[in-house]
Design a protein around this ligand. Structure first.
Ligand code: GAR
Length: 215
């Protein structure tokens, strides 16, 4: 068996996406993956305490008062020390510097609680609700040098109900986030895809597998 690939999780808060990924790895649903390190830029993030309790290498690297790249260099040093091959931003509320992104080309993933390119930035769920869309969802994408912008790996949709407020909608989206992130990690670690322009195209193309061309 090839050695497991180390994932580095970066978070700033609650950590429910991290927990879903960790649970899926423990259940064998993302073969060949292990969590090498969990890093928070906020000492008080509940997610980092959960990581500690799960026996994972959990580090706090405070970002407060630091220049973006100065902080990123500290984070990348730990990711390298832990031989991390894939970086997953899981509610990491800090923009990465271009320098960071260049250290891990097409090896940093992010999850966003809206159907990009709609509603990037903060509070994607609230933006969607206020805009009046009838469908929203979540997006897992590669991170590039622009905010919430890189090639899309997985999207999941949810309905928006008239009775929704931003919390009920966020909860419905979060359930899908917990599925989508692990699916995306599996796709990326398996490596059976190509990035064509902005498109992440799986090999063999999924349509051919599902629907062989009629004779
Ligand atoms: C998630 O909803 C995630 O999509 C969002 O923060 C939440 C983190 O929750 N991320 C962003 O808005 C990034 N732009 P979690 O800490 O429970 O995983």
């Amino acid at each position: 068996m090839p050695e497991a690939k180390n994932i580095g999780i970066l978070l700033s808060g609650r950590g429910s996406n991290f927990v879903a990924i960790a649970d899926n790895i423990d259940a064998g649903r993302i073969p060949g993956a292990r969590i090498g390190v969990v890093i928070s830029n906020r000492p008080e993030a509940p997610g980092i305490e959960i990581a500690r309790r799960r026996g994972l290498d959990a580090r706090v690297i405070p970002s407060k008062g630091k220049q973006r790249e100065e902080h990123d260099r500290e984070v990348v040093a730990v990711l390298r020390e832990k031989q991390v091959e894939l970086v997953c931003l899981a509610g990491y509320m800090r923009l990465l510097s271009a320098w960071f992104v260049q250290q891990f080309p097409n090896r940093v993933l992010n999850i966003h609680p809206a159907l990009l390119p709609s509603f990037p930035g903060l509070e994607g769920q609230k933006q969607a609700l206020e805009y009046g869309v009838k469908v929203s969802g979540c997006t897992v994408h590669f991170v590039d040098e622009q905010l919430d912008h890189g090639a899309i790996i997985v999207q999941k949709t949810v309905p928006v109900y008239d009775s929704d407020d931003e919390h009920t909608l966020a909860d419905r989206i979060l359930e899908q986030e917990h599925i989508a992130y692990s699916e995306a990690i599996k796709i990326v670690l398996e490596g059976n895809y190509e990035i064509v322009g902005r498109r992440v195209v799986r090999r063999p193309a999924l349509k051919e597998v599902a629907f062989p061309p009629a004779m």
